[in-house]
Design a protein around this ligand. Structure first.
Ligand SMILES: Nc1ncnc2c1ncn2[C@@H]1O[C@H](COP(=O)(O)OP(=O)(O)O)[C@@H](O)[C@H]1O
Ligand SMILES: [Mg+2]
Length: 328
């Protein structure tokens, strides 16, 4: 099936001011990421805070234009200079964003009914009665009672508020939902409920998800494919089963080893040392070289390309060695 979103080498570079008399520095938040997501599929983007996940989300949802690369949404090149305004509007409706913190994205002065009706009132010519019917239908879909429509966002729990935010994102029948840490602010028991809801909605509506999380445990059930980011780059990318069963990049190994329930016995436990380097001053060779327990001189000077191996893509000079060690 045709992908809903195809990203080719997306790059985002920010100019960061360093005071009046110094030239602004160049911060590469995303350094060339490629992926595709088909209807009904979920790609999880995982990595530590600061690795560029939200920047990627802003590019895919057309909030920010990439510095370089190509983004095809629902069959249309969103990065084309000559994209007609009407088509851009259509694409903006086709991709919707759900944030970590629904306190910020829901207007506190409006009832849930008014919040959910607004996208329809602005973007469609549906009569009021039809808009209200759709609001009622959407509330039921996300598991909220009909009488909640007249309540205000502050009257809900965190999990309910995230249900409202998801309902709001779905009002215009998008094809792709970008969820940026959608359950990170919720209690663990509530997280599972919201993840189940997202999975049910995907099955019912054929939605494609770009699901962003710093927590591999959270993506474990919902993801079909995984893209592990480090300092703006993809370091391992492919089907979830492959990567979870046999990670081939030391950073993925470390993330898995530190996730309760995903750590495997037998494998040497890799503990992440040190801090994430500043993206203003990234390591010269492999971006992970300053924290990698297997680092060699080659890693410090030569940046490994992302290349196919064992059913996924991985950016480590020694991935073959890890694969053989596992097989032995
Ligand atoms: N508008 C901006 N201007 C300058 N730097 C930014 C901007 N947005 C993000 N950054 C920087 O880009 C890097 C990636 O940020 P972000 O995408 O928010 O990461 P994540 O969501 O993975 O935590 C960080 O170093 C952050 O400070
Ligand atoms: Mg973020």
């Amino acid at each position: 099936m045709n992908a809903v979103v195809e990203a080719e080498n997306l790059v985002q570079v920010y100019e960061v001011g360093r005071g009046l008399f110094r030239k602004p520095a160049r911060l590469q938040a995303v350094g060339g990421i490629s992926f595709a997501v088909a209807p009904g599929r979920t790609l999880a983007i995982v990595g530590e805070s600061g690795c560029g996940k939200s920047t990627l989300a802003r590019m895919v949802t057309l909030i920010e234009r990439p510095s370089a690369g190509r983004l095809v949404l629902d069959g249309s090149d969103a990065t084309a200079a000559d994209l007609p305004a009407e088509e851009r509007k259509r694409l903006r409706r086709a991709v919707q964003l759900v944030f970590q913190n629904p306190y910020g994205s829901l207007n506190p002065r409006k009832t849930v009914a008014a919040i959910l009706e607004a996208p329809l009132a602005i973007n469609t010519s549906l009569p009021r009665s039809e808009r209200q019917a759709r609001v009622a239908d959407m509330l039921a879909r996300v598991g909220l009672r009909p009488e909640y429509a007249q309540r205000y966002p502050h009257m809900f729990s965190g999990g309910q508020r995230q249900r409202v935010a998801i309902a709001c994102a779905l009002m215009l029948s998008p094809k792709l939902v970008v969820a940026d840490e959608p359950v990170s602010a919720l209690d663990v028991s509530i997280q599972a409920q919201v993840l189940n809801l997202l999975a049910d909605l995907q099955a019912d509506l054929g939605l494609a998800y770009l699901f962003i999380s710093h927590d591999l445990g959270v993506v474990r059930h919902i993801a079909h494919d995984v893209l592990v980011m480090y300092l703006g780059l993809a370091i391992e990318q492919g089907p979830k089963e492959r990567i979870f069963a046999r990670p081939l990049h030391p950073y993925t190994m470390a993330l898995l080893a530190s996730t309760p329930g995903l750590a495997r016995g037998g494998r040497a436990r890799i503990v992440l040392r040190g801090e994430l380097p500043s993206p203003l001053n990234p390591p010269q060779g492999c971006v992970f070289s300053t924290r990698c327990p297997y680092v060699t001189d080659r890693c410090r000077v030569e940046r490994p390309a992302l290349r196919p191996l064992d059913g996924r893509r991985v950016a480590c000079h020694y991935a073959e060695d890890f694969l053989q060690a596992e097989a032995a």
